[in-house]
Design a protein around this ligand. Sequence first.
Ligand code: ATP
Ligand code: MG
Ligand code: MG
Length: 554
Amino acid sequence: APAKSLNFIEHIIEEDLKNGFPKEKLRFRFPPEPNGYLHIGHASSICLNFGLGLDYNAPVNLRYDDTNPTKEEQEYVDAIKRDVEWLGFQWDTECYASDYFQQLYDWAVDLIKAGKAYVDSQTSEEMARQKGTPTEAGTNSPYRDRSVEENLRLFEGMKNGDFEEGTHVLRAKIDMASPNMLMRDPIMYRVLHKAHHRTNTDWCIYPMYDWTHGESDYIEQITHSLCTLEFLPHRELYDWFLDQVVDPDKIRPKQREFARRNLSHTVVSKRKLLRLVEDGIVNGWDDPRMPTISGLRRRGYTPESIRNFSDTIGIAKRENVVDVSLLEFHIREHRNKIDDRVMAVLNPVKLVITNYPEGEEEWLQAENNPEDESAGSREVPFSREIYIEREDFREQANRKFFRLKLGGEVRLKNAYIIKAESCTKDENGNIIEIQCTYDPKSKSGSGTEESLRKVKGTLHWVSIPHAVPAEVRLYDRLFTDATPDAHKDRDFMEFLNPDSLKFVTGYVEPSLSSAQPGDRFQFQRLGYFNVDLDSEPGKLVFNRTVTLRDTWAK
Ligand code: ATP
Ligand code: MG
Ligand code: MG
């Protein structure tokens, strides 16, 4: 049993084990529909299912719930695998509901023979009208009492492609008066003349989710089939379908539900995310602003940070919204441990050290990561002309301004103490150059008395002759509202943040000139950044993963 405190799903499993269920038979699955990319909500389900697999040393299947060819694509199948693997999990067997189409069909034929399924030839509107209401029984279809022979003939015709879409469906014959609307003769199959990404045109009938899911669990001998809360009312139907096929000597899967995980300031629904992609609001599923696993990866999130986030929030019995700042907390925490610190200036102003010899340079030692001694050190070039951040200088400022002001001193990180003497402005009054003097004896790490002298501020900087220009992409929340899709009469697209992406040209120290896509750094005093997929030698592109501190906190 797991050492950590148990969540309610684990309590259910523990109870089953106590009641004699053999531990070695436990088996779980993660069942995505390949109709989009996985998002941070799926990460909860992945961490739950694969976490149980690790805790109980049980296999976990990756099951594609691929029963709707109109929305599913191979691209999504591939992306899902990549993302689960990247998160650090290994599935036991890669399974596809479509591999069970023949078995499901055969079982459906058995149901027809047993008088428990029939072909309905009404329109969907007619069927909807007969459904009734939760308090009022529905009406039986006029086709409900078709003979077994006629049902078999029609169902075979459906399979053989003899009928147009919408002409016939196969329905389970359960109870049109059931208080559970889902039990009122649910549809098991519909005709769809669409090619499937795996079975191509082999089938022109496709099974519905409810008919497919439990039977797939049974075929794979999944013990605990965990799904989100909206499937709670489906559980009765899940069980009814299992009742029709389960062999008492085999494992009967159990459906149990947990709450869907929502994240603030975004949407976690493949359908809505697809709209952002299709409408060109973002540049694809892996746009760094997307809450998809691939977007987070491209943004510079680590698998550890996403797993830690998912483990921290755990699973719940009621729907909830987790603030995105908690996700940001976890990436800061991890990146603070692993990132090398480097210097980059994103809003540069030129600074000249007037008493530093012209044309000279020196290479200074810089520690890569104070959190990790093994990260070592590197050399950064220093010279007479450097860039600092424009915000780090003011002509005049009060005593709380610990950066550079005229007549004041600061330390340049890894370098010297400088004093601002004067500045030059253009005709509009914008500062275009700051003139400073430096104390040659104050070099960091030199051990001199001057090097140990305390000054209030430390600034990052980049030597101008050595600076490497880089495009830096600054991201902000995609939506201005915490719950953009929770407003009754408003579309979530109304809450898009028009400033979710800004491009700036910054300058980075030359050690970054050979940085590769995916490489991660802490830009000192600015935040965590990573090299974007668009980056090329000679044309660096960085993403800001997250700022150093939570700038949204009030
Ligand atoms: P979406 O609305 O985004 O398409 P879905 O539930 O239809 O979500 P599936 O591909 O069917 O997506 O999901 C695979 C598994 O992940 C299911 O077990 C589902 O319940 C779970 N899951 C999906 N979204 C979330 C979420 N936000 N929080 C927790 N689990 C989720
Ligand atoms: Mg689903
Ligand atoms: Mg869905």
